[in-house]
Structures are given as C-alpha cells and as structure tokens.
Ligand binder design. Structure first.
Ligand code: SAM
Length: 213
C-alpha cells in the first residue's frame, strides 16, 4: 500500500517528497489564506538591508518576495528543500521576477551542505524539519551569533476547540510526514535559542516562535 499521509512520530523525507510532488503545481493557491501568518513571521525576523537569510523548506519560494522587500538587492536568500517539484516552482518564480541573490539547495535540512554563516533563518510551515534535531543543528551551525530565527506553522489548538483541532488534523495529514510534536512544534528549536517568544495568532491552531542564536 502506498502511504501518502503523515501519521508517523518521526519525519520521513521520502514521504514528504511524495506529498509535495502532487501539490507543487497548485501549492501557491492552497496557501493564499495563510499569507498573514507568513507576513507576521517574516516581520519578526527583523531583517536588515543586505542580510543573508536561510529559508528552510522554502518550497515554491512564497517567502522570497517578502524577504526580498526587506533585504533588498544586496541581500541573499538560501532556500533549502528536498522536493524537486517544489524547487522547480521556486525557480520559475525567480525567473519570472528576474531575481538575483537566491540560491537553492535541493536537500533535506538535515543533509544540506551549507557554507558560511547567515544573519537569519526562517522555518515557515516546516513541521518535519522542526522535529529533526540534526536538521536544526545543521541550520543553526550556519548562523551568526545573535542571528534571528523564526518558525511558524500548525499546532494543536486548545483541547476544547474541536473545529480548530479538526482543521489542524486535516491540514497536518495533508502537509507533514510526522504528527509528533504538534503540541509544541517549536520546542526543539527554541531549546537551542535565546530571547525566545512564542505567540499563537488568530484563534489558535497556528504559532509564531522567534529567538536568537
Ligand atoms: C508546507 S511546505 C512550506 C513551504 C514554504 N516554507 C512556505 O511557507 O510556503 C513544507 C516544505 O517543507 C519541505 N520539506 C519537507 N521535509 C523537509 C526537510 N527534511 N528538510 C527541508 N525541507 C523539507 C517540503 O518539501 C515542502 O516544500
């Protein structure tokens, strides 16, 4: 049987690649409703003009435009993603906008060969990566001391909020390869950071966590 839904306790990159192979072409339309979360998360990166930012699990590159608005032409983005189909969409986006200064690494965050140290890292809707300690260590090892790190994504809502939790369950089964950690998805990341703040916008079901290396 071909298992296409994420029900395991540990991230499964092969399953993630299969999930996003099917979604890549219509992914951007599916995410439209969640753009306010992306904007709020990127604002918390407090990026300066000319900064280098690692976009972990960059997918089709939906964060590139708001990142570029902050880092300007002199800034750099390093996008990491293991899905060839999602990265193909990201490349089309880069070509369409004639953007420079963006490099794409086709690999899991765990295995990605990164160089130098960036000023910031974004983990936007990348639950699988946040549950992989070696992936977190690899990314954080390539950030400058004091670098700002922001993660945003799905989390269980309050126990009494059945509609929110049904939504989170459905979205997670569709989007992640491991359901483990949805109570506090940021926990392994924030344990590695200072000045941590976590907030849950809207009506629960989402979080934005930020801190510094
Ligand atoms: C929900 S999408 C988010 C894409 C993008 N960050 C956004 O906000 O639109 C999750 C992305 O994480 C990628 N992904 C899954 N496992 C990964 C891993 N181990 N390392 C890096 N990226 C991963 C998937 O291929 C997919 O593109």
């Amino acid at each position: 049987m071909h298992l296409s839904r994420g029900t395991g306790r540990r991230p499964d990159p092969a399953l993630a690649i299969a999930q996003y192979r099917r979604r890549a072409e219509h992914y951007d339309f599916e995410l439209v409703a969640f753009e306010p979360v992306r904007r709020a998360a990127i604002a918390r990166l407090e990026l300066a003009e000319g900064a280098t930012v690692i976009d972990v699990g960059c997918g089709t590159g939906l964060s590139f435009q708001p990142l570029k608005e902050r880092i300007g032409a002199a800034g750099r983005i390093v996008g990491i993603d293991p899905s060839p189909e999602m990265l193909a969409q990201a490349r089309l986006r880069i070509q369409r906008h004639h953007w420079t200064g963006i490099s794409l690494v086709e690999a899991t965050a765990h295995a990605a060969a990164l160089h130098g140290r960036a000023d910031a890292a974004l983990f936007h809707f990348t639950h699988d990566v946040l549950q992989d300690e070696e992936a977190l260590d690899n990314v954080l090892a390539h950030l400058k001391p004091g670098a700002r790190v922001v993660a945003a994504g799905l989390q269980w809502g309050p126990p009494w909020s059945l509609p929110v939790n049904l939504f989170v369950l459905g979205a997670a089964l569709y989007s992640v390869s491991c359901l483990g950690g949805l109570q506090q998805p940021w926990r392994l990341l924030t344990a590695r950071l200072h000045d941590v703040r976590v907030r849950s916008p809207l009506i629960g079901g989402f979080y934005i966590a930020c801190g510094r290396v």
